[in-house]
Design a protein around this ligand. Structure first.
Ligand SMILES: C[S@@+](CC[C@H](N)C(=O)[O-])C[C@H]1O[C@@H](n2cnc3c(N)ncnc32)[C@H](O)[C@@H]1O
Ligand SMILES: [Mg+2]
Length: 252
């Protein structure tokens, strides 16, 4: 099926990034494939999102579907590694991605998992043009792949409903991130295919925060996500030098 032209990647998506992710799309759900880092830190980032949502919406995690009645948009959803666990927590989930192959694979996987998730091949500005808003907006490991960071973050902020929450994640533009996330992950550990990241496109925490503020959000906090090679484990930390997450909200 061909997506209508309005859904096609517009200004925030880069052709070379879309081609890169399309080439890897079959491997989204392989825990030892090219998306291994996303799989290994998924439990930590899911817990962070869940905790921020509990704070913001005051839900009871003892409930089977604590976030029932709340909408969630995952921008740059890839194969749905975040969408599926979020749907299981009760959110009404929409996943969008600039790469059509990703949303197709995500949709097949959701169906196999018995989950009701809406996937669309679209960039955030398409949903902004439609006037849509969501209680929770996620954009995790995406902003370092877009054409224009400020324009992209402005769209992300616009898509947050009043009183809503945004959680983002990316790689910091530091020498440490160059050594660990670029050289280490692509050339030494070979976790990621060579060329996955362009260090120059990594985003500093101050830049991420500024872009979201222009999009109408207030920053709640940031946390580092740090890999301990000896333990082979990720943990949340105060070190924002490599991987980090940011939480923000829109006044209600
Ligand atoms: C590293 S993956 C992250 C996937 C997912 N968010 C996760 O963390 O598991 C980055 C994704 O962003 C998508 N992407 C890149 N630019 C985009 C844009 N402007 N709008 C929407 N999706 C985009 C890519 O196609 C790719 O699927
Ligand atoms: Mg990335």
């Amino acid at each position: 099926m061909t997506a209508p032209s309005s859904e096609r990647p517009a200004s925030s998506a880069l052709d070379n990034e879309v081609a890169k992710f399309a080439a890897m799309a079959d491997t989204w759900w392989d825990p030892d494939g090219p998306f291994k880092p996303l799989h290994t830190f998924n439990p930590k980032r899911l817990a962070y999102i869940r905790d921020r949502a509990v704070e913001r919406f005051g839900r009871d995690m003892e409930q089977r579907h604590p976030f029932a009645g709340l909408s969630l948009l995952d921008i740059g959803c890839g194969g749905g590694l975040l969408c599926e666990p979020m749907a299981r927590l009760g959110f009404e989930v929409t996943g969008i991605d600039a790469t059509e192959k990703n949303t197709k694979i995500a949709a097949v996987h959701a169906e196999q998992s018995g989950l009701d998730i809406t996937y669309r091949n679209a960039t955030p500005e398409v949903l902004v043009a439609e006037g849509k808003t969501f209680d929770v907006v996620l954009t995790m490991e995406v902003v370092e792949h877009v054409a224009d960071v400020d324009a992209f973050l402005h769209s992300c902020g616009t898509l947050v409903a009043p009183g809503g929450l945004l959680v983002g994640a990316t790689l910091n533009r530091t020498m440490k991130a160059f050594a660990l996330a670029k050289v280490g992950a692509e050339y030494v550990l070979r976790w990621l295919p060579k060329g996955t990241h362009d260090w120059k496109k990594f985003v500093r925490p101050s830049e991420f925060a500024a872009g979201l503020r222009v999009g109408g959000l207030t920053i709640d906090g940031m946390v580092g996500m740090t890999f301990n090679p000896l333990a082979g484990e990720w943990s949340l930390s105060r070190d924002l030098d490599v991987n980090y997450m940011i939480a923000a909200h829109k006044a209600g």
